[in-house]
Design a protein around this ligand. Structure first.
Ligand code: ATP
Ligand code: MG
Length: 343
């Protein structure tokens, strides 16, 4: 793709500003509670607990909110009443629901065939899970999305920043450079718009998610990557009888991911590992299934299964999605990231 001409860039910047203005009504900053008579100290307590918007507040139960230090039950009641004056917590009409869906953006994967399979690309306000054998392209797609998310929406991007949580130590900033160049973008600027954290324990991973709300309420983020979502849970809970606790903690973390996706209209792309599936059937030579059980299955909006094809080719199959047919697409891993297969 050729670099953008100055004139084109000016035009795109203008359109982007208009888009951002339109998005302003999506989030209601938590500070607005002050105008409704809540004192600034209590608002600060909410922020310290990772709650930065009135929209985000409604995603917590009163029980959770009274668990925040310094917030009594009476205070929480007052806060919720005030927030209800700012955000509509109840029913909306079907037409308004449609309008809300229109704020959903689809971000290109770099491969037209894969985009078509996904109905246009990776969706914001949703969780896309990719699982599959090693070297099947899950992390390479993550790197490509880091760049394509920053493209203007007219070029099938998300016009936003990226947060990357890496639990396996496989993020390679130098990989971003040729991918940015392929899309005609400045690699330095692209790297500046990615915030990256390496997580070492499942608790660390959860705390990193809590810290994201502050960042996302300040700047437009459109993508959150968690590569992989489950690796640390599988390391940190190895003892016998720990599985139930692991699944409970995993559910807690996934629920946080869903909230981030919906509150900030962000695409969550998480990768998952595969495990042997003894119940997979005797006619399949090496049956595998995604890790994480029902807890993970329920959290993902769209589940994609990756496998190797010939050479650098890879195959993506829609495993489970509410409104997509179960179909496959072939793509290729290139130095410029994910692209259409050559033949
Ligand atoms: P794992 O389960 O081990 O994390 P994965 O699905 O994340 O695997 P990736 O790391 O996304 O796998 O894919 C690795 C593949 O990408 C390798 O087969 C490698 O050949 C290919 N690849 C990596 N960099 C390039 C590049 N610059 N050009 C072409 N192919 C590349
Ligand atoms: Mg990987």
């Amino acid at each position: 793709m050729a670099a953008l001409k100055a004139e084109e860039q000016n035009h795109l910047q203008l359109m982007e500003r208009e888009e951002m203005d339109a998005e302003d009504d999506l989030f209601e900053a938590i500070e607005k509670l002050i105008n409704q008579g809540i004192n600034a100290g209590d608002v600060k307590k909410l922020q310290d607990a990772g709650i930065y918007t009135c929209n985000g507040l409604m995603m917590f139960t009163k029980k959770h909110l009274t668990g925040i230090k310094g917030l009594s039950e009476a205070k929480v009641d007052k806060i919720c009443e005030a927030a209800e004056k700012i955000v509509n917590y109840g029913y909306i009409t079907g037409s308004d629901a449609l309008l809300k869906r229109k704020s959903v953006i689809r971000i290109t994967t770099g491969s037209q065939a894969l985009d078509e399979l996904l109905g246009g690309g990776i969706e914001t306000s949703a969780i896309t899970e990719a699982f599959g054998e090693f070297r099947s392209g899950k992390t390479q797609l993550a790197h490509t999305l880091c760049v394509s998310t920053q493209l203007p929406t007219q070029m099938h991007g998300g016009n936003g920043k990226v947060a990357y949580i890496d639990t396996e130590g496989t993020f390679r900033p130098d990989r971003i450079v040729p991918i940015a160049e392929r899309f005609g973008m400045d690699p330095g600027a692209v790297l500046d718009n990615i915030i990256y954290a390496r997580a070492y324990t499942y608790e660390h991973q959860y705390n990193l998610l809590l810290g994201l709300a502050a960042k996302m309420s300040e700047e437009p983020y459109r993508l959150l990557i968690v590569d992989s979502v489950i690796a640390l849970f599988r390391v940190d809970f190895t003892g016998r009888g720990e599985l139930a606790e692991r699944q409970q903690k995993l559910a807690q973390m996934l629920s946080r991911l869903i909230k981030i996706a919906e509150e900030f209209n962000v695409a969550v792309y998480m990768t998952n590992q595969v495990i042997a599936d003894p119940g997979g059937g005797m006619f399949i030579s090496d049956p595998k299934k995604p890790a994480g059980g029902h807890v993970l299955a329920r959290a993902a909006t769209i589940r994609l299964m990756f496998r190797k094809g010939k050479g650098e080719q890879r195959v993506c199959k829609v495993f489970d999605a509410p409104n997509l047919p179960e179909a496959e697409a072939v793509f290729q891993i290139t130095s410029g990231g994910i692209a259409d297969a050559k033949d």
